[in-house]
Design a protein around this ligand. Structure first.
Ligand code: SF4
Length: 237
């Protein structure tokens, strides 16, 4: 039987041996079960706690850049207790916002970016967050990953957010073969069924953090070992 279009997109880079064909539906079924007890990624945790508006998700995504989820979530909760709309955020004093953003990384530039986008949303967009990739990435500090998270989690629009965890994991699977997160996103847009575009980030952030870690992934106990090609994995547990 010929391989499906998804699976034939990139041939396995490692000898398959006794591996099963990589089945994306089965992979998501296993991931949902395996991740049930692990902490959620910050954006999804905030959404489930009631902070899922486009503005809250946009600001939270910006704060999360290069900041651990364990820091992002409490910082966002503290900030949103003070300001959770573009109008309220735009009215904050910059020094006060910097103080609220600590201990997230780069609080000064993030405060400037959050204030600038809040003011633009109020003055140029009638208080509404743009719902397109072009509109979101027009804000300083908002790249494709932040825009995709906002579109997917807050607007429910099909978008693929590729962070370093997503990039590493799907390349190790052999599902795509791309050298950078940007090219991984482009490859996923071609091969990943749209029903998984939003869920991909939700599952692979905790999976990459706790199981398929950058150094020495936990392959021997991984639920995907039977189908994962382990591309580039030289040492594992
Ligand atoms: S932990 Fe190992 S087996 Fe599991 S997805 Fe990562 S590389 Fe593949």
């Amino acid at each position: 039987m010929p391989p499906s279009p998804v699976h034939s997109a990139v041939p396995p880079a490692a000898p398959a041996g006794a591996k099963e064909p990589f089945d994306i539906d089965e992979a998501f079924r296993r991931l949902r079960r395996a991740l049930a007890g692990l902490p959620k990624a910050a954006m999804f945790e905030l959404r489930d706690r009631g902070y899922g508006t486009p503005f809250e998700q946009l600001v939270a995504s910006l704060i999360s850049a290069r900041t651990r989820d364990e820091t992002t979530t409490p910082v966002c909760l503290r900030l949103f207790a003070v300001a959770r709309t573009p109008e309220a955020m735009a009215a904050l004093d910059e020094a006060e916002l910097v103080r609220l953003l600590q201990p997230a990384t780069f609080p000064e530039p993030k405060a400037r970016d959050i204030l600038a986008l809040s003011r633009r949303i109020v003055t140029e967009h009638g208080g509404m967050v743009p719902d397109t990739m072009e509109g979101l990435t027009a804000f300083r500090g908002v790249g494709p990953k932040i825009a995709a998270l906002t579109l997917g989690v807050a607007f429910g629009r099909p978008a693929i957010a590729v962070d370093i965890h997503v990039h590493r994991v799907v390349n190790r699977w052999g599902y795509v073969s791309a050298p950078t997160p940007e090219r991984t996103m482009a490859a996923l847009l071609r091969v990943l069924p749209e029903r998984y575009w939003i869920e991909l980030n939700e599952r692979l952030m905790p999976f990459g953090k706790f199981v398929c870690q950058g150094i020495s992934p936990k392959c021997s106990s991984c639920v995907l070992l039977s189908m994962c090609r382990q591309v580039g994995v030289t040492t594992h547990r």
